[in-house]
Design a protein around this ligand. Structure first.
Ligand code: COA
Length: 176
């Protein structure tokens, strides 16, 4: 049984060690860095806990996402979009991490987690505006997942592909 909503990661309440999404980099992030980064004020991690407590008194994490402010160079955008933007860094929201526990993959929770993260950033955008949401994809599978939801190519290097979805498009999702 899943909790009804995503909440701020709380290491006293949420069992980070048992989280496994099948991607070592994301497992390490939630286990070792997410709470530290929140404490340092550089990103925010929201988790969807299970309702069932473990023997250690904590709740397993079923899915999580991590967001942070960031910026991109306008040249990385397709020319028809970049020419309307200034030459200084363009503000964006980074969807830095997103993962679903192996126990829940393939049941629609990735889609729910992505929509929740975009809704969260859409709300933030009402106070402090940004051009787009950007994601760094660890592999082709992650890239394919985001492209299903309309994310487009921003740039790629040997290690990661960056995709983006404009806040104008996201606005249409939540405020049609
Ligand atoms: C990628 C991930 C978040 C998907 O979560 P999930 O719960 O399995 O996905 P869902 O069941 O919600 O799938 C939603 C839709 O996306 C599609 N989808 C899911 N994973 C996909 C993938 N890798 N490639 C293409 N489409 C995918 C599903 O077919 C489904 O389509 P539908 O709505 O038409 O049926 C999950 O597999 C995961 O956590 N993987 C490891 C970490 C990772 O790679 N995170 C990505 C950020 S770098």
């Amino acid at each position: 049984m899943l909790a009804k909503q995503f909440v701020d990661l709380d290491k006293a309440l949420h069992d980070r060690d048992s989280f496994d999404c099948g991607e070592p980099e994301l497992n390490t992030f939630i286990r070792q860095f997410a709470a530290k980064h929140m404490q340092a004020g550089i990103s925010r991690t929201m988790v969807l806990p299970s309702k069932q407590k473990l023997a250690n008194g904590k709740y397993p994490i079923c899915a999580f996402y991590t967001v942070a402010p960031s910026a991109i160079r306008r040249q990385t955008l397709p020319p028809h979009l970049s020419k309307k933007l200034p030459h200084y860094p363009v503000p964006v929201f980074l969807l830095a991490q997103l993962a679903v526990s192996l126990n829940y993959q393939g049941q629609g929770l990735g889609k729910i987690t992505l929509i929740q993260s975009l809704e969260y950033l859409w709300r933030v955008n009402q106070y402090l505006t940004a051009y787009a949401v950007v994601v760094d994809c660890l592999n082709d599978s992650a890239k394919n997942f985001y492209q299903v939801f309309g994310f487009e190519l921003l740039d790629e290097d040997n290690l990661k592909t960056r995709l983006f979805l404009s806040l104008k498009t996201i606005e249409q999702l939540f405020n049609p």
